[in-house]
Design a protein around this ligand. Structure first.
Ligand SMILES: Nc1nc2c(ncn2[C@@H]2O[C@H](COP(=O)(O)OP(=O)(O)OP(=O)(O)O)[C@@H](O)[C@H]2O)c(=O)[nH]1
Length: 248
């Protein structure tokens, strides 16, 4: 397991941009995926978004370090985590975002995140109804922008996470509401607690990884067929030309 950490404390926003730059570099320098046949390393860029204080950093840190440390204001940032899963090296690049202050910034952020991310984790707190509304808006915004950019089905996979399950006695959003939103928006759904255990957090990240891989495989499908058609045409085109040359 490799966990990369920045060397100095910084604000969450600046740390996110550092992470963005670092993970782009990582993609560009993945040695095996470029030169030695089938790629062994898989990069998965994941953006965590949601309202303030829902536990985005707590979930990120829990996934990266297995620990829950309670306060996340000025800690050193941790953005990338590589692990062997099913015999493959998987590098998670995690963008732990801040909640935008207004609609304009929210739209701008989503545009940038859509360009970068392979998948999204939308987080709300089960004790904070307004954070659930934020997730509803974010799903609409993501779907809307992705449709404009790339047609239907262009949104990267999304997992909705209801966090702070350990505080169920203070719950204001039921599990059914979370599940229903995920069902209607065609997203995965997990209700977990970053504070309580690591396993649920792991399942959510790995669930998203699975969806990212499926999406990539689907994207490759038609291109693969096009590639075969192109090679067949090239071969037959060459044969026709060879035959013509032979006749001349
Ligand atoms: N009880 C409980 N508290 C949690 C859980 N996850 C996070 N917290 C607490 O909620 C507070 C906010 O957590 P953060 O991880 O900083 O939330 P955030 O979404 O990154 O917040 P912003 O950076 O403000 O957007 C902290 O005090 C955490 O300790 C959880 O699963 N259960």
């Amino acid at each position: 397991m490799v966990v990369r950490e920045s060397q100095r404390p910084g604000t969450k926003r600046s740390r996110a941009m550092e992470g963005l730059q670092r993970s782009r570099t990582m993609e560009g320098t993945s040695p095996r995926s470029r030169s030695e046949g089938p790629p062994q390393r898989v990069d998965a860029n994941i953006a965590l978004i949601g309202a303030e204080d829902v536990g985005k950093s707590a979930l990120t840190v829990r996934f990266l370090t297995r620990r829950f440390i309670g306060e996340y204001g000025d800690i050193e940032s941790i953005h990338s985590h590589c692990d062997m899963i099913d015999g493959r090296e998987i590098c998670f690049n995690i963008w732990d975002s801040v909640c935008p202050q207004n609609e304009g910034i929210a739209d701008h952020n989503i545009t940038k995140q859509l360009q970068w991310a392979d998948g999204f984790i939308l987080v709300y707190s089960i004790c904070d109804r307004s954070s659930f509304s934020v997730v509803e808006q974010q799903v609409r915004r993501l779907r809307g922008q992705a449709r404009t950019r790339g047609g239907p089905g262009a949104t990267p996979p999304i997992i909705i996470v209801g966090n702070k399950r350990d505080l169920r006695h203070r719950r204001t959003v039921s599990s059914e509401e979370g599940r229903l939103l995920a069902l209607t928006a065609d997203c995965g759904f997990f209700e977990i607690s970053a504070a309580e255990n690591y396993h649920g957090v792991l399942l959510a990240f790995h669930g998203l990884l699975e969806l990212i891989r499926e999406t990539r495989a689907l994207k490759k499908g038609p291109a693969g067929i096009k590639g075969i058609v192109r090679s067949v045409s090239a071969v037959f085109g060459r044969r026709r030309n060879d035959a013509k040359d032979a006749q001349d």
